[in-house]
Design a binder for this molecule. Structure first.
Ligand code: ADP
Ligand code: MG
Length: 329
């Protein structure tokens, strides 16, 4: 298949969108933003061997490249609207691309985004999405907005993707039923868009958890000049995974490491005033997304700024070897 056949047969879509003047097909897409809205833009790239295994299914890959980008919009409290997809592929394989595109467009319609352009080139498996979203002007959820004594909250469950990855790397063994739940979350994370939208008026700061909770919360702390205390025994995870601790199939330290330093959760970590607790629980119900209060923000200590202190049930401090995944470590 030729590049232009791919674009014409697979990528050109109908759209019905007041703000989208022109989508795929010309030299550029054209958006005519509405007055009173801010446009949010971000990119995330997936590389073979680094972010996905080469034998990943086209459906899982389509889900993930879109979900990780939509998650950045959710973290801003933005409604995801449009995306560009740039790919390097060793060949244009019809069957593979058909499944990839079918899944991409079904995820796109579920997440509320329209493909408006991109680029296609021959090369070794790179998938880059640039996503655009909207908030009412000035209403973005920023990392810098956190206040001292805010509650720290997180959505969903943590550590599942990291646990599944450790099975792939043969660092751990999990019962197959638990593994498949974890693997499902690793392959098809669910971006928390509905929750992000409702948090816009409730939370002071938000961030999505892609590189590990401790590290990603650290971004809020640095931007807001604060530190945090987290309660390890309050961190939400898959009950079936936690149940392996009393069965002595995994250690508590192992689970804490997955929850605090594992990547690929794509949950939202956010901070809010204690007076918002009821409203946040209500927002979680309306957006059908579980949320858990996991800690509190404290004044920064200049000697150890933006520090995350992790406390166990006895209020003893726990230390982890590494706080999250650093691509250049
Ligand atoms: P140019 O030569 O100007 O870069 P292309 O031939 O690469 O144009 O692209 C033609 C049209 O197809 C453009 O509208 C471009 O945005 C779109 N396009 C190309 N590749 C992709 C892709 N992978 N996903 C979405 N749109 C694409
Ligand atoms: Mg091009």
């Amino acid at each position: 298949m030729m590049e232009f056949d791919f674009i014409r047969d697979y990528l050109v879509q109908q759209y019905n969108d007041d703000e989208l003047v022109l989508g795929v097909g010309d030299d550029a897409a054209v958006i005519r933003p509405v007055v009173g809205k801010d446009i949010h833009i971000s990119s995330d790239m997936l590389l073979a061997d680094r972010h996905f295994f080469r034998d990943v299914s086209p459906a899982d890959l389509a889900h993930k490249i879109l979900a990780v980008n939509v998650s950045d919009m959710a973290a801003m409290g933005a409604a995801p609207r449009w995306f560009l997809l740039s790919v390097a592929l060793p060949e244009l394989n019809r069957e593979w691309l058909k499944v990839f595109c079918d899944h991409l467009f079904s995820c796109a319609s579920r997440f509320g985004v329209t493909l408006i352009g991109g680029d296609t080139t021959k090369g070794d498996w790179v998938f880059n999405v640039t996503i655009l979203g909207e908030t009412p002007s000035g209403e973005a959820l920023l990392r810098s907005g956190a206040k001292v004594h805010d509650d720290v909250w997180v959505s969903g469950q943590l550590g599942l993707a990291a646990a599944a990855l450790d099975v792939h790397w043969k660092k751990t063994l999990l019962p197959s039923s638990v593994y498949s739940l974890c693997e499902q979350k690793r392959l098809q994370p669910e971006p928390r868009v509905a929750l992000g939208l409702t948090l816009r008026r409730l939370a002071h700061a938000a961030q999505d958890v892609s590189d590990g909770l401790a590290q990603d919360l650290g971004h809020i702390l640095r931007a807001s000049h604060l530190s945090a205390q987290l309660w390890a025994d309050q961190l939400p995870t898959l009950p079936e995974l936690a149940a392996l601790i009393p069965q002595q199939k995994i250690s508590k330290e192992q689970l804490y490491t997955w929850m605090l330093a594992g990547g690929d959760d794509y949950e939202l970590v956010f901070t809010a005033d204690a007076s918002q607790r009821q409203a946040i629980i209500h927002a979680a119900q309306t957006s059908q997304t579980a949320v858990t209060r996991i800690g509190t923000l404290v004044e920064d200590n200049p000697e150890q700024p933006a520090h995350v202190t992790i406390l166990d049930e006895q209020q003893h401090i726990i230390t982890l070897n590494h706080q999250g995944f650093d691509h250049f470590a």
